[in-house]
Write a protein that binds this ligand. Structure first.
Ligand code: 13P
Length: 251
């Protein structure tokens, strides 16, 4: 039985004080609640260190939103996996569609980042998903297959056990337009099939595949009740503690 994982991708929101307030509010809401899923928050880099202190001792785990694939060097503006580890991160979001489209990250770059994260003991939340144009052309599965094959090239079975996949149809991100539970389930099942043919059914069955794209408390429970949807990667709704808590409760 896979345990559900609810992660909040804060994107470029919240300065230090706002980050502290949001985590404190979330901790308050989680207090004394028995929660049946893993909870991850991914604040901006500038808040990670303080966030790490605040989540310590709670069920909330910490993730970052990106990293570079090199260990160190002249890469102005970048941060390394070991830097993220040093501020208490356990997870890192890689391959988000905003990184792919706005910052031109290729499947090859994302693959290097995934390898480095795993080598350094960080658990990648590996994002994949098609654009609206690709869905309309009915090439969703081809796109997802390419992203999985290239993104996971050279990743061992042991490493796969540390990784989370997040299926985020680009047309559903920040648009209020959620994939229907059936649309999402179809792609999730396809992804699990891809992993099964590459790594075997045991690893595929244990793999957590999150859905992301306009997840809100009122659509979470139907999405999360689909057979192959094991959690959510939440954008907008994770910026308000009560909404994020609503999604956690529905998991
Ligand atoms: P929204 O929940 O705002 O659609 O964002 C989803 C997302 O991109 C999470 O990574």
């Amino acid at each position: 039985m896979r345990r559900k994982v609810i992660a909040g991708n804060w994107k470029m929101h919240n300065d230090l004080k706002q980050s502290e307030d949001l985590i404190k509010s979330l901790k308050e809401l989680l207090k004394d609640k028995s929660v049946n899923c893993d909870v991850i928050v991914c604040p901006p880099f500038t808040s990670l260190s303080e966030a790490s202190k605040l989540v310590n001792g709670s069920i909330i785990k910490l993730g970052a939103q990106n990293m570079h694939f090199e260990d160190k060097g002249a890469f102005t503006g970048e941060v390394s996996a070991s830097m993220l580890k040093s501020v208490g991160c356990e997870y890192v979001i890689l391959g988000h569609s905003e990184r792919r489209t706005i910052f031109d990250e290729s499947d090859e770059t994302i693959n290097k980042k995934i390898k480095k994260a795993l080598e350094q003991g960080l658990k990648p939340i590996f994002c994949i998903g098609e654009t609206l144009e690709e869905r309309e052309k009915e090439i969703t599965k081809d796109v997802v297959m390419r992203q999985v094959e290239k993104g996971l090239e050279g990743i061992s079975s042991e490493q796969m056990k540390k990784l989370i996949v997040a299926y985020e149809p680009v047309w559903a991100i920040g648009t209020g337009k959620t994939a229907t539970p059936q649309q999402a389930q179809e792609v999730h099942e396809f992804i699990r099939g891809l992993i099964s043919s590459k790594y075997g059914s045991d690893i595929a069955e244990d793999l957590v595949i999150q859905y992301g794209g306009s997840v809100k408390p009122d659509n979470a429970s139907e999405l999360l009740s689909q057979k192959d949807i094991d959690g959510a990667l939440v954008g907008g709704a994770c910026l308000k503690a009560d909404l994020f808590m609503g999604i956690i409760t529905n998991a």
